[in-house]
Design a protein around this ligand. Structure first.
Ligand code: C2O
Ligand code: CU
Length: 634
């Protein structure tokens, strides 16, 4: 599937050599012999066109800025038709820009002498295009399944002829559209940034501004802010962070984990050892290297990891961003500087006097039992409730972290513009992926490009949608006020990062089942049937080895599973190739009931104990955590 896009924003052909060769059409069985030959021929044509100096995009994972700009003006136009039709003659869709009311129908007629398809650029949560209809020669009024699409802009292409593109606008509210829109009364803020090689962060109880009115909120903070200061470092540069515990004595000892990092076991935030006691301090060494190579740049974060109390300590504020850059990423020329905005999204509940509620009061011992779900009523972005920020018409990079304890978000823009995902929280993806919405569970990150071109004067909301009955209620989280002169041009190159490929053993070395112990006297979350015990090692790996692991959700609810320490790759999701946004490095996976994910990593540099656990912190504290130990080679 190859497409050619005449788009100045993508890298020239030289870079194409790094990409995959043209692959077969998705359903070769559907094509006649002649069709198959044709598909092969047009792939060659596409390649030839590319040689003429245009850029190439695979899988339709790119979009044309101009089309989106045109589309932006016409979103939410009133009285849109409830049906539409497109005719293909030779190598174009006519019309190639149309608007249909939400719930309407679309048919396509193929009057050309080629086989075509109408395939959405955007990819649904199953990893497949939102619509993808094959159009044999002579096909009349073939219907395209668009009736379930939410309001928004959907670019499409023919997967046999990449130069055939178009834009479909669904006029109507986006799916699961917003029921609660707060007033956006306070500006978005960024925590202070720390850049040094030696950093000291004093943990203390402080009052911080969270809600727009009334008193400030007492919180346990890193350095006096919530979230704590953002550590900004080039990967490969050793970074020593001294954390000083000046929290109230009753808050006890804490331990800090750099989530997504690769560091010695004693600097990994051990839940029950290497603790920082009240009044004491500890210096953590984060080399930001893996096997001598700088880690990929990403938005990681640091947070308390104390056994039984991680949820509590995070709720009260012990969270901060750890943002890394690297020269490869800088060279890509993604939106940067003030056009690169980190966002930490997290929920909390408050009393009338703006103090935080205490959901942990009744908790005895480990966690609060399987029913404990710490969900907040107010969603905060960078520590503020419902903030707004001014943006210029142009492209922005949003590096988004869900730092909630328990809640997942299904993030989307209110104007229906897609999010172009360029990375995870562990590094850039091999190629950008256009997504109408992105689900982020606790600790998951998404690095996305959003496009405000041609939207001066508008107000765009970043919202969480309701897609399924168990999702949180749809809410608007923050507002972008688009005004001023156009932002500088920024690129979204097709080739973003190279993922290291090494031989992975065929055999699964370890299967981790995430389950529920449902006894008559006791109920608790488990991994391989057991509750966490810091004394127990569940699996040993010789240093230097590559292992294939399988993560399986055997419980009745969704979990977000986090593996510490290594640069994990996703090999399979439910027995298939993972969706494009899981083809980079990853450290936290969504596992719906019954789902499985196969991952692999190379265990480099450090021996010692490391954790794996569900990052819904109530589950983690309730015992859904296990230990793997990297041991010396024999
Ligand atoms: Cu972000 Cu073990 O955690
Ligand atoms: Cu869980």
């Amino acid at each position: 599937m190859i497409r050619v896009v005449l788009e100045d924003d993508f890298l020239p052909l030289e870079r194409f050599r790094l990409a995959r060769p043209p692959s077969k059409p998705e359903n070769p069985g559907v094509l006649s012999h002649r069709g198959r030959r044709l598909a092969a021929r047009v792939s060659a044509t596409a390649a030839a066109l590319a040689l003429a100096g245009t850029a190439i995009v695979l899988n339709g994972q790119a979009r044309t800025g101009a089309a989106l700009e045109a589309a932006a003006d016409s979103v939410a136009r009133a009285d849109s038709p409830t049906s539409g039709s497109i005719t293909i003659s030779n190598l174009s869709f006519t019309p190639n820009n149309l608007t249909i009311a939400k719930g309407g129908t679309l048919t396509v007629t193929n009057n050309s002498t080629f086989v075509h398809s109408i395939t959405s650029d955007a990819i649904a949560s199953d990893g497949k295009p939102l619509f993808d209809v094959l159009l044999p020669i002579g096909a009349q009024n073939v219907s395209v399944p668009i009736s379930t699409l939410g309001g928004g802009t959907y670019t499409f292409h023919c997967k046999f002829h990449g130069q055939m593109t178009g834009t479909l606008i669904i006029d109507g509210p986006p799916d699961g559209s917003i029921t609660t829109t707060p007033k956006f009364e306070q500006p978005l803020v960024q925590p202070p940034r720390l850049h040094g090689k030696n950093i000291t962060i004093v943990m203390k109880k402080t009052k911080v501004r969270v809600l727009p009115h009334g008193p400030r909120t007492p919180m346990l903070t890193f350095g006096g802010t919530f979230p704590g200061p953002t550590i900004v470092r080039r990967t490969g540069q050793d970074t020593k962070v001294t954390f000083v515990n000046r929290l109230p004595r009753k808050d006890g000892a804490v331990t800090i984990h750099q989530h997504g990092g690769h560091q010695k076991s004693k600097f990994d935030g051990q839940p029950a050892s290497h603790l920082i006691k009240h009044g004491k301090q500890m210096t953590y060494d984060f080399p930001l290297r893996d096997d001598g190579t700088p880690l990929p740049a990403a938005l990681r974060f640091y947070h308390d990891h104390r056994m039984d109390r991680t949820a509590r300590n995070n709720w009260y504020g012990l969270q901060g961003l750890f943002l890394t850059t690297d020269p490869n990423e800088t060279r890509l020329d993604l939106p940067h500087g003030k056009y690169d905005i980190p966002l930490a999204i997290t929920d909390r509940s408050f009393h009338k006097d703006n103090t935080l509620t205490n959901p942990f009061k009744k908790m005895a011992g480990m966690g609060g039992g399987p029913g404990m779900e710490t969900v907040g009523q107010q969603v905060l972005v960078n520590g503020r409730y419902a903030p707004y920020t001014k943006v210029q018409p142009g492209r922005y990079r949003l590096q988004i972290l869900n730092s909630s304890l328990f809640t997942s978000y299904d993030l989307a823009l209110s104007n229906g513009m897609p999010l172009t995902q360029v990375g995870t929280g562990s590094g850039l993806l091999p190629h950008p992926v256009v997504r109408p919405d992105i689900v982020l569970g606790p600790a998951q990150r998404a690095d996305v490009i959003v496009d405000f071109r041609g939207q001066a004067g508008s107000r765009v909301l970043l919202s969480t949608l309701t897609r399924t009955a168990t999702d949180v209620t749809a809410k608007a989280l923050m507002q972008f006020r688009v005004k001023g002169s156009p932002a500088p041009k920024a690129r979204v190159p097709f080739n973003l990062a190279r993922i290291e490929h090494y031989r992975v053993p065929k055999k699964v070395a370890m299967t981790w089942n995430f389950g529920l112990h449902d006894g008559t006297s006791e109920q608790y979350w488990t991994i391989n049937g057991k509750r966490f015990n810091p004394q127990r090692v569940d699996h040993k790996i010789p240093l230097g080895k590559v292992e294939r692991w399988k993560l399986v959700n055997t419980s009745p609810v969704t979990h977000f599973v986090h593996l510490h320490e290594e640069l994990w790759r996703t090999l399979q999701r439910d027995g298939h190739k993972p969706p494009p946004w899981e083809q980079g490095y990853e450290d936290t996976w969504r596992l719906d009931p019954g789902e499985s994910v196969v991952v692999a990593a190379r265990f480099t540099d450090y021996t010692g104990k490391f954790m794996l656990h569900c990052h819904m912190l109530d589950h983690e504290d309730d015992g859904m955590m296990a230990t793997f130990e990297v041991v010396k080679k024999r």
